[in-house]
Design a protein around this ligand. Structure first.
Ligand SMILES: N[C@@H](CCC(=O)N[C@@H](CS)C(=O)NCC(=O)O)C(=O)O
Length: 212
């Protein structure tokens, strides 16, 4: 197989680490362009031509150009995954169960809870103060994450008891939640500890926090 020619754009956030973590777990060689949010780097003419959304993360792989952390991670595993690393879903049903978790985590934990918190707490100077929305988002996060918590009482991982993209999304949301002052249950903390101990995560963290 030819050496992949992958470029990942974006570093420094809970979303940018997702594709980096997948790439590290898969043992891919990739070039990282560690541009950061709100630095102006996502708004340059060159980057805007690549990604008119002016957002990170972003992937280039040969002729493929892809935005959205969910789509990038899913693509990398389906394209380069193996049973030795992260296996692509073995069946349509397994893909469906993974998508169920991913949609849930991305929709309910990331966008509906944590991103609301971020916009109206740390980024309130841009998006406005909204104390009621902040309190509701914290409560909503706890209600939703309880579903994953319950599942993880009987399972090591989210899907089919093997590590996958859904675990990467949940783990990044748990860390993000903690940084917003949301407490986690002991069960979620022990799951998080196992995920963060993975060499793939450690390598990704070093890449994601490199000097911009
Ligand atoms: N739905 C997108 C969200 C991407 C996103 O909002 N990224 C933020 C950083 S975490 C960003 O690029 N902000 C750009 C900016 O504000 O300059 C994804 O999951 O990739």
């Amino acid at each position: 197989m030819n050496e992949p020619h992958i470029t990942l754009w974006g570093a420094g956030t809970s979303r940018t680490i997702r594709p980096i973590w997948v790439a590290e777990e898969l043992g891919l060689s990739y070039a990282l362009k560690p541009i950061g949010p709100r630095t102006g780097e996502t708004r340059t003419e060159t980057y805007t031509q690549l990604n008119p959304k002016q957002k990170i993360p972003f992937l280039e792989d040969g002729g493929l150009q892809l935005s959205e952390s969910f789509a990038i991670c899913r693509y990398l595993v389906n394209r380069y995954g193996s049973t030795a690393t992260i296996a692509p879903p073995a069946s349509v049903e397994e893909q469906a169960k993974q998508d169920e978790w991913l949609s849930f985590i991305y929709g309910e934990l990331d966008e509906t809870s944590l991103y609301i918190l971020r916009r109206h707490e740390a980024l309130a100077s841009i998006y406005g103060e909204a104390p009621t929305a902040i309190a509701a988002a914290k409560e909503y996060f706890q209600k939703q994450v309880a579903v994953a918590d319950k599942h993880l009482r009987d399972n090591q991982f989210l899907v089919n008891n093997k590590f996958g993209v859904a675990d990467i999304f949940l783990t990044t949301c748990l860390g993000w939640a903690e940084s917003c002052g949301i407490g986690l249950s002991d069960n979620l903390k022990s799951y998080q500890k196992r995920m963060l101990a993975r060499p793939g995560y450690q390598a990704a963290k070093a890449q994601n926090t490199q000097q911009l």
